[in-house]
Design a protein around this ligand. Structure first.
Ligand code: ADP
Ligand code: ADP
Length: 220
């Protein structure tokens, strides 16, 4: 599903250069659940952003679903990204002025489908994460765990092949974190590939595989 070969990334800011990733080789199979672990600043978010085509590597090759991304123009990368990936983040990134159902519909707005179909898909995505009864609420009327489940519904509403999650339970207590983890595992069992950054060994032990990063390199 995803293949990185000799991927490196250097950030240039003012006079400082940071080698964030060095010679990363990583294959993620379809329907795999992979956790990325490592200390703060080791390059986990950079790796996830590169996998998700949010950022381009400085060197190396990426294949997504068999397609060689480096030959793609930005416009086509954006389309491949939107068709392939859903994203969730530690801080939910919901829009507080929009109701839950409208947040979940957002990724469908640029697709050619009727308003009623959009609404129906968003409703189904929310029911899947157990929030069918919260559609008319605003995000800040929900618990952190519920807000993250809304974010999962929004990430999944376009039926991506791969869900990328950057510390999705990092702001949640252990009970809410476990609920979010249960949903990610269920989506994975149904066929969605999941790549998740976490600091929690217990969570990571539920994945198929743990990839460990240290100073921008894969160490295990
Ligand atoms: P992690 O997610 O493991 O905490 P990051 O991928 O966020 O690590 O960061 C890896 C390294 O790259 C860190 O030294 C960080 O400060 C640096 N870095 C990350 N993003 C940027 C950026 N946009 N510009 C400059 N440096 C960055
Ligand atoms: P995380 O919780 O994953 O460690 P961070 O707080 O390190 O996230 O980074 C949040 C965002 O800021 C990331 O998207 C990263 O690319 C960016 N970032 C991290 N370090 C730097 C930096 N030194 N300069 C600019 N942007 C950075």
């Amino acid at each position: 599903m995803i293949k990185l070969e000799k991927v490196s990334k250097t950030y240039f800011t003012d006079k400082v250069q940071t080698l964030a990733l060095k010679d990363i080789d990583l294959h993620v199979q379809k329907s795999e659940f992979v956790c990325i672990m490592g200390p703060s600043g080791c390059g986990k978010s950079t790796l996830l952003n590169i996998i998700g085509l949010l950022d381009r590597p400085g060197a190396g090759e990426i294949h997504v679903g068999g397609k060689a991304v480096q030959s793609y123009k930005d416009k086509h990368v954006a389309r491949l990204r939107n068709d392939t990936f859903g994203f969730i983040f530690q801080s939910f990134h919901l829009i507080n002025d929009l109701r839950v159902i409208d947040n979940v519909e957002l990724p469908l707005l640029y697709r050619s489908m009727s308003g009623s179909e959009r609404r129906e898909r968003a409703r189904a995505a929310l029911e899947k994460v157990g929030l069918g009864a919260r559609m008319e609420h605003y995000p800040n009327q929900l618990s952190g765990g519920q807000q993250q489940r809304v974010a999962i519904a929004r990430a999944m509403v376009g039926q991506p092949d791969v869900l990328l999650a950057d510390e999705p339970t990092g702001n949640l207590d252990s009970k809410m974190g476990a609920e979010v983890m249960d949903i990610l595992l269920k989506l994975n069992e149904e066929g969605t590939t999941v790549v998740m950054v976490t600091h929690d060994e217990k969570e990571a032990s539920r994945a198929h595989r743990i990839v460990r990063v240290f100073d921008g390199q894969l160490v295990a």
